[in-house]
Design a protein around this ligand. Structure first.
Ligand code: NAG
Ligand code: NAG
Ligand code: NAG
Ligand code: NAG
Ligand code: NAG
Ligand code: NAG
Ligand code: NAG
Ligand code: NAG
Ligand code: NAG
Length: 567
């Protein structure tokens, strides 16, 4: 018995609170809860204990719930707080992807920041939003729409900042607040700049999947082109067109390195007709498609058997590629939406083989099909079963979703005055050959912000004003939130460090620091040109950043298929 007692005593001593975590108890957290308008904490929901992140940094693991006064909702939050010695006066939130919000609260630990994650009131820790957007046919979960759209993350930040300030007795010290995300996470970052601008000091937004109505429906457009033109190209044929485009346009930027650093010059100068007749070959395979890791349903991999593909690029195949590159128009020739930059993989056009009919079928891309079924048609089914008969229907779907979700999911309000005047800094980037969210979609938003906020300035003055707090970078050749297997080009490596330096040390970037990790220039660091300047290689290892009006114009769109301005 005595022996047991000693063991017990020893384990109590070992479990005593480590240095720097004296605040880490449910009472400690309770005492630190801030007053936030519209937030009512459930005092009995609070738990706090010291945990160990997978990164090996110990933290205070907190969970708690709140509701909106007068509503019977429950929103569950998780927070991770570093020890008082690791804390660096920072709060950080990360974005999710597809229809999924970030579920991991520990992302800020490596920056010495408190950080968190929210279940948004619809159990976002276990479900992606497309699974929760409808209560039933025709019945929209509007709270869910706003929570997913921006509100849940805004509240997470307000509450997280309040707790952080109190836990570390910050008094009047500045708590630097950051958001970082790509894809839907990029959209979420923009939503925070637009709606909660005064809460954030630095936002890193990559390839934002914003202009939600247009963005989700455009995923169906490549297949609509195939259906409309009556030609379903074998995937190998489109892959060959992409490869040949990269080969042809690589040099237009002044350097042969396997990367199209100027998709604008490629668009202006290269005629895809030149590829007609080129041979392609892809061996039969049991292919494992990785998908894009978007919504839950799209995650993981699917296995399918594709037959050998041996042929030559057809004029029909090139016609499909050209129509996709041109973007979506209605029958009056009015533009509905823009497209992916030339040289991007045609992932949303990838046909599948039907072994019964021995033919290729156009796909119905889940991100788009789910969106139309649930968010547009309001049917509680996973997918549409067939594509419509015309491009007009895609534009109608965009129009319906635009009007329905303008102030929730669209996320393109170009007035960032609150964010800017509070001193916020925005680092916005986009892979130039992103095959999922078109790079030009980001350019269009940058243009909208410039027009709305600095429309009465001269061009040069407006750039000067904008670059003080909002910088946008295209990443040559890069794919969706990642480097591109087909183009061994640069990719950012330290965006959070850059924004921290900008916010906390006043070091304004004059380019974006990147590194190339494959191909002939592996290891090369490039300080990318800030939009609207574009790179031109003057020698093997040097490029200039130049402004070229014709190139700029090729990135400029008016969506006249809609009667309202589309920002
Ligand atoms: C954090 O706390 C919650 C709630 O008590 C618990 O379920 C979870 O397992 C904890 N996480 C870690 C990493 O310890
Ligand atoms: C935390 O994890 C690290 C690495 O796995 C381990 O060495 C350390 O002992 C753990 N600390 C605690 C308190 O569990
Ligand atoms: C919802 O609509 C779909 C499509 O019309 C239909 O298949 C399904 O049965 C409906 N669900 C309910 C519960 O009515
Ligand atoms: C395209 O190029 C990649 C390498 O960059 C190669 O793996 C692939 O087989 C090529 N595809 C075709 C159809 O030529
Ligand atoms: C592809 O087809 C061409 C023409 O029929 C033939 O010459 C060539 O050998 C085939 N390639 C392969 C790898 O089978
Ligand atoms: C293949 O085609 C047949 C005949 O048109 C059709 O019944 C079947 O559903 C198709 N299979 C797939 C996987 O689309
Ligand atoms: C949507 O439907 C298409 C065609 O029927 C199918 O290929 C795709 O896998 C479906 N996606 C989902 C998420 O069900
Ligand atoms: C543009 O308009 C704003 C608001 O009306 C004003 O503050 C600003 O000084 C103007 N700038 C120029 C260059 O006229
Ligand atoms: C790169 O080019 C710029 C502009 O032509 C020039 O000013 C600079 O000195 C060059 N740098 C190197 C390392 O050659």
């Amino acid at each position: 018995m005595i022996y047991n007692f000693i063991l017990l005593a020893t384990s109590i001593a070992a479990a005593s609170i480590p240095a720097g975590f004296s605040f880490c108890s449910s009472d400690g957290i309770k005492d630190a809860l801030p007053d936030v308008l519209g937030v009512q904490f459930d005092q009995n929901s609070i738990s706090a204990s010291i945990a160990n992140a997978t990164v090996g940094i110990p933290y205070c693991n907190v969970s708690l719930s709140y509701s909106h006064p007068g509503k019977n909702d429950i929103i569950n939050l998780k927070y991770a707080f570093p020890s008082t010695t690791s804390f660096k006066n920072r709060y950080y939130s990360a974005g999710g992807g597809g229809y999924t919000l970030n579920q991991d609260p520990t992302g800020g630990l490596k920056y010495g920041a408190g950080s968190g994650a929210t279940d948004a009131g619809y159990d976002a820790f276990h479900y992606s939003f497309d699974e929760q957007v409808l209560f039933g046919n025709g019945s929209i979960n509007w709270d869910g729409i706003y929570m997913f759209g921006y509100q849940a993350l805004g509240e997470l930040t307000k509450i997280g900042k309040g707790i952080t300030k109190n836990l570390y007795s910050m008094n009047d010290d500045k708590l630097y607040t950051y958001f970082e995300g790509c894809s839907d996470g990029g959209r979420e970052g923009m939503s925070q700049a637009q709606v909660y601008g005064e809460e954030y000091d630095g936002i890193v937004s990559g390839a934002p999947a914003f202009r939600y109505a247009q963005q989700q429906v455009i995923h169906l457009f490549p297949a609509q082109v195939e259906k409309t033109l009556g030609y379903n190209p074998p995937p190998c044929e489109l892959a060959k067109i992409v490869n040949a485009t990269i080969d042809a346009c690589d040099k237009l930027d002044g350097r042969v390195d396997g990367v199209i650093s100027r998709s604008d010059l490629c668009m202006l100068q290269f005629d895809l007709d030149l590829i007609i007749g080129e041979p392609y070959y892809c061996a039969a395979q049991t292919s494992t498609s990785l998908g894009f890791g978007f919504g839950k349903r799209n995650e993981g991999s699917t296995t399918q058997i594709t037959p050998e593909q041996n042929g030559t690029v057809s004029k029909e195949g090139v016609a499909v590629a050209k129509a996709i590159n041109n973007g979506l128009f209605n029958s009056k020739g009015q533009r509905g939406y823009l497209s992916w930059q030339i040289g991007s993989s045609f992932s949303d056009a990838e046909t599948t083989y039907n072994h019964t009919t021995d033919s290729w079928n156009y796909p119905i891309i889940s991100l788009g099909g789910t969106f139309v079924a649930k968010f547009v048609e309001l049917l509680n089914i996973d997918n549409i079963t067939e594509l419509p008969d015309s491009y007009e229907v895609l534009i109608d779907w965009m129009d319906i979703a635009y009007n329905r979700y303008l102030d929730s999911l669209q996320t393109t309000n170009p007035d960032l005055t609150k964010f800017q005047s509070h001193g916020g800094k925005l680092l916005h980037y986009h892979g130039e050959n992103d095959p999922s969210v078109p790079a030009a979609s980001s350019v269009h938003y940058w243009q909208s912000v410039r027009d709305i906020m600095y429309g009465n300035y001269t061009w040069d003055e407006s750039l000067e004003q904008l670059n003080e707090w909002y910088q946008f970078y295209l990443i040559p050749g890069a794919s969706h939130c990642a480097a591109n297997d087909l183009q061994p080009g640069p990719y950012p490596k330290s965006n959070v460090e850059i924004i921290i330096n900008w916010v906390e040390n006043g070091i304004k970037p004059s380019g974006l620091n990147t590194v190339t990790t494959s191909g002939p220039f592996s290891g090369e660091e490039q300080n990318l040109c800030m939009w609207p300047d574009r790179p031109y290689w003057t020698s093997h290892n040097n490029f200039t950043c130049e402004f070229d009006q014709a190139s700029y114009d090729s990135w400029t769109y008016t969506f006249d298929a809609f009667k309202v301005p589309i920002y």
